[in-house]
Every structure is written in C-alpha cells, then in structure tokens.
Design a protein around this ligand. Structure first.
Ligand code: SF4
Length: 62
C-alpha cells in the first residue's frame, strides 16, 4: 500500500518522522516519505503516524 504526504496540507509538526523514522523524514520544514519507502504503508508506525498527523496530510492508499 502506498504512503504519501500532501505537502500542501502538512504544516511541519515533524511527528511522522518521530513516529516512523524508517519511512518518514523531516526536510525543509515538511514531512516527507523517504526514497524507496513509497510502498511502505504497512511498516510499523505508519498507520499511527497517518492517524495522528495533526493536519491529516499523510495519505494511505493503493
Ligand atoms: S505529522 Fe503531518 S503535519 Fe506533521 S510533518 Fe508529518 S505530514 Fe506534516
């Protein structure tokens, strides 16, 4: 399952990088999905990060 960050929605709390550092990083004030992790929605912490993102900027999908 794919994971993406909607940069327009992200307001840079960095919580995703804290909760799932194997998948997310915090760069230039935004949460980003690390290269090669675009299909890593099943990895530990990713779903929790999406649910707890304060701006609902993390999108999980097919
Ligand atoms: S948790 Fe959400 S708002 Fe915070 S950096 Fe990550 S994507 Fe952006």
């Amino acid at each position: 399952m794919k994971v993406t960050v909607d940069r327009a929605a992200c307001y840079g709390s960095a919580e995703c990088a804290f909760r799932a550092p194997a998948v997310f990083a915090f760069e230039d004030g935004y949460g980003v999905v690390l290269p090669g992790k675009e299909d890593a929605a099943e990895e530990p912490g990713v779903r929790e990060a999406a649910e707890r993102c304060p701006s609902q900027a993390i999108v999980l999908g097919e």
